[in-house]
Design a protein around this ligand. Structure first.
Ligand code: DX5
Ligand code: ZN
Length: 220
């Protein structure tokens, strides 16, 4: 049977912050494709996580491409510093973007993949006219700000609608989904057309985090 591969991006938000290096090294040695970094400002979302001091400290030991999800009101202020850290994907939120086309173009101009994230209440149709400048669309399947929340089922419908929109325009935009991803929701998301899965608590609470990553990555 043919095995379909999915990009898996474990979220460091659910790691043990007392032993961050151990978590990074576990991910380095796993089948994970990216390392998902959740940056929060306490304004766009009702929580704080970590910022550049932590990101710069772990950078030398991270061997996976960085997938940075900015849950902040002024994400473009961080483009230069993220580009300097050789960030693979920089994702900003639709809900804080006045000039999304300009922002996506500016991110790409720095050699970084441009990602846009939609909160659960934002319809995918809002991206119809900017999709061609988006490398990644990160659909939130929980309200952003915290790990360990339950998956909002309506996201499956959003993935299908977005998949059709991307295919209709003949684009390669990657659909990534973030929040409440586990073996069951991960399978349903891939079936609906997602190409990348973020997973925090499912990976880090699993008896074998590397096995959890393998399960998400290799689907039948
Ligand atoms: C939530 C973050 C997620 C979070 C996902 O705001 O964007 O990346 O780490 O955590 P789980 O997989 O536990 O829902
Ligand atoms: Zn995230």
């Amino acid at each position: 049977m043919q095995r379909k591969q999915t990009i898996v991006s474990p979220s460091l938000l659910s790691a043990d912050f007392l032993h961050l290096q151990d978590s990074v090294e576990m991910i380095n040695q796993s089948d994970a494709d990216w390392l998902h970094i959740d940056v929060m400002d306490g304004v766009f979302v009702p929580n704080l996580s970590f910022g550049f001091p932590i990101l710069e400290a772990i950078r030398p030991v991270v061997k996976k491409p960085l997938d940075v999800h900015l849950m902040v009101v002024n994400p473009m202020d961080y483009l230069d510093r993220l580009a300097a850290l050789q960030t693979e994907v920089m994702t900003i939120h639709y809900e804080v973007s006045q000039h999304l086309h300009r922002s996506m173009t500016a991110i790409r101009a720095k050699g970084v993949k441009a990602g846009v994230s939609l909160n659960p209440h934002t319809p995918v149709s809002m991206l119809e006219d900017v999709l061609e400048v988006c490398d990644v669309v990160l659909l939130m399947s929980v309200n952003p700000g915290f790990g360990g929340q339950s998956f909002i089922k309506r996201t499956l419908h959003k993935v299908e609608t977005l998949r059709a929109m991307i295919d209709r325009q003949g684009l390669n935009t990657l659909i990534e989904v973030d929040g409440g991803v586990n073996e069951a929701t991960g399978q349903a998301l891939v079936n609906a057309g997602a190409g990348a899965l973020v997973a925090g608590s499912y990976v880090f609470k699993h008896r074998s985090p590397q096995e959890a990553i393998r399960i998400l990555k290799h689907r039948e």
